[in-house]
Every structure is written in C-alpha cells, then in structure tokens.
Design a protein around this ligand. Structure first.
Ligand code: AMP
Ligand code: MN
Ligand code: MN
Length: 343
C-alpha cells in the first residue's frame, strides 16, 4: 500500500480536484489484466451494496475484466437486496484476490468496518476510498470522502461521470437503492436539491421507484411482522435520559429470531418503528450478534449528536444515525449509552 498522503485533505472539506484527479488516474491507469477488488462495510446496507455494485457495473462497462466485489463476514446478501443488478460480481471474502492491484472501499469509515478484509489494504497496489462519513479515519491512499454527500453513491456517481461511464438502468438501480436507503426515502435532512437532481438522473434511465421502494422498504415476512410486535411491545421510554430530551429503546436476541424463524437482517428495519416515538429525541435498538455481543443502532431527531456517543463507545456514523458494537449484557450496554448521553 502506498503510504497515506501527508497532510491529506481533512474529511470535512470533501474531495479536492487533486483527489478526483488521483482517483481518475488510478482507474484509467489500470493495465488490462489488473485485478480490482471492491469492498464494502460489514453487515452491508443499501448504500454499501448499491454504491459498490453500481460502481462495479460501471467498471465492467469500461472493460475491467478481473473484477470482484465482496464484504466481510458471511457471504449472504440480505434478502431485500437479493435482486440487485451486479450480484454476480460478489465473491465470499475468502475468495477475494489476496493481492489486488486496486482496492476500492465503499461506505466504510474505518478499516475496522472491513473486518478480515482489512489485510487486503496492506497487500493492494493502491487503495481508493469512497465514503461520506465525517468520522472517516483517512485510511487508504486516495480519498474521495465527502461528508456533505447524502450517500456514498453520490460520490460513486461523481466518479463514474468523470470516467465518462454513462448511467444505464442497472447502474441506476444500484445507485438509487443506495441513495434512497441513506436518505430514508428522501425524508432525512441530507435530502438536498442535489440529491433530487441525482435521483432525477437515475430515474431518467427508466427505473421504477415504486417497485424498488416496495422491495427494499415495504416487504418483510409475516414472521418478522409478528416478531416486531413482540420486540416493540418491550420498548422502554426514558423521558429523563439525554438531559431530558428522552430515550426510547428496545432489544432483540437470537432467541427472538429463532422463535419466529427469522434471519437477523429483518431487525435492521426495527429502528424506523422505534424512532417514531414523539416523546424521545434519541432512539436505540440493541441487536444480538453473539452471546455477549450486540449491534447497536442509534438515531436522533436532531437535538443530540449520536455519532459522539457511538464513537465514544468504539463505533461511528453520522450525527443523527450512528452505531457501535456493544459487549456484555443488554443492561450493561444500555448503562453505557445512558452515561454517554448525560456526558
Ligand atoms: P445502522 O444503525 O447499522 O443503520 O448504522 C447507522 C450508521 O452508523 C451507519 O452510517 C454506520 O456507518 C454507522 N455504524 C453502525 N455500526 C457501526 C460500528 N460498529 N462501527 C462504526 N460505525 C457504525
Ligand atoms: Mn452504510
Ligand atoms: Mn452510507
């Protein structure tokens, strides 16, 4: 790996012309037999998968022949994304090129989000990072990190455009999934005029937003509907938490999933039901990943910077949507969150 650019661009500023030029050179300069490995973050969401696969399809159109996409952990794509174009690019992490010429990372704020695939960064010729987390650590060689971008797919579209790759319906589908996921279907604050202009460019390829939204947001197995009923039924409201701004939270265990015969991904949508609570600014869902390990999702309506809480507890994310891995019991994890919220 080439050493990181000294005094590289602070993540807050977004990519400079020099960063874009370096990224273009890294892609344009690839020899025809170059091996290119795309990696997105662990437990991939719509932005991670959509920006990676959309960009991968663009590279394929450019004639990149040795091209793989992957993510750390079990190779299963969450059911809502199992129809995305470009899934044939995916390989399990163990099959990923051990020494790629170019690695491109998507939607990962730090190396830790790449799990066991972080070793590819040291073995790669060049590491290009596409991301939009303000907390991005600056890992890799070339940084297209724009904290003002609503999704990593905004950065990916910018690079495809500069490479002269035209949007087609398959690329647009992937990028639309990514954009609509990270903007909460164009509801969140990040939904700028530029987001809608990008959505317009994507829709102009003929893709069907109703079908896409139904598949990724509005479809879940009946067992998951009933599981949500039980998990939401045990939600707790703590009006005094977060200095009186209020906290609402719940948790789900492997037992809960087993009782309703559901895969873990169905729990990703839970936070959207919990965060509706009018009486709380902060919402939280604690999801079991191992006996004493929990994936924690935090959201804020705007009064609390939950990325500060997540970073303090070893994770990361955005001001109003963040997460971390909690250890111990649910009560221990919640105690640490309460303490950080009052800090
Ligand atoms: P989630 O609650 O999983 O939808 O994640 C919300 C945001 O927090 C995303 O932008 C993630 O990038 C970030 N995030 C979630 N979990 C972690 C973690 N364990 N470490 C760092 N960032 C995380
Ligand atoms: Mn993501
Ligand atoms: Mn994202």
């Amino acid at each position: 790996m080439i050493s990181s650019a000294e005094g590289g661009t602070p993540a807050g500023a977004g990519p400079t012309d020099t960063d874009w030029a370096a990224a273009l050179a890294a892609v344009r300069g690839l020899p025809t037999d170059a091996r290119v490995l795309l990696i997105c973050h662990v437990n991939p969401d719509g932005d991670a998968l959509g920006s990676m696969l959309g960009f991968g399809l663009g590279l394929r159109r450019r004639g990149v022949r040795h091209l793989q996409a992957t993510f750390p952990g079990p190779p299963q794509v969450p059911e809502p994304f199992r129809w995305l174009p470009g899934l044939d690019l995916l390989v399990p992490q163990d099959d990923a090129y051990p020494e790629p010429d170019l690695v491109i990372c998507f939607d990962a704020a730090s190396e830790s989000r790449l799990g066991d695939l972080a070793d590819r960064l040291d073995k790669a010729g060049t590491v290009l990072v596409l991301d939009h987390h303000a907390s991005n650590t600056g890992f890799g060689d070339i940084h297209l990190v724009d904290p003002h971008a609503a999704a990593t797919s905004v950065v990916a579209e910018g690079l495809l455009d500069r490479l002269g790759v035209p949007l087609d319906a398959e690329i647009a589908t992937c990028l639309y999934v990514a954009l609509s996921t990270d903007t909460g279907s164009f509801r969140f604050e990040a939904t700028t005029p530029e987001v809608h202009r990008m959505a317009a460019r994507l829709l102009a390829t003929g893709i069907r937003p109703g079908d896409i939204s139904r598949r990724i947001f509005d479809t879940r197995p009946f067992g998951a509907v009933r599981l949500f009923g039980e998990v939401l039924g045990r939600a707790r409201l703590e009006p005094a938490a977060a200095a009186g701004r209020g906290l609402v939270w719940t948790y789900a265990t492997h037992d809960d999933l087993a009782r309703y015969d559901q895969p873990a991904y169905v729990l990703e949508a839970l936070i959207d039901s919990v965060r509706c609570t009018a009486e709380a600014d902060v919402s939280c869902v604690v999801k079991q990943v191992a006996p004493a390990e929990w994936a924690v999702s935090l959201r804020s309506k705007g009064a609390v910077d939950v990325s500060r809480v997540a970073i303090a507890l070893g994770g990361g994310g955005h001001r109003f949507a963040a997460g971390f891995t909690g250890r111990g019991t649910v009560d221990e994890v919640m105690d640490r969150i309460r303490a950080e919220l009052t800090a």
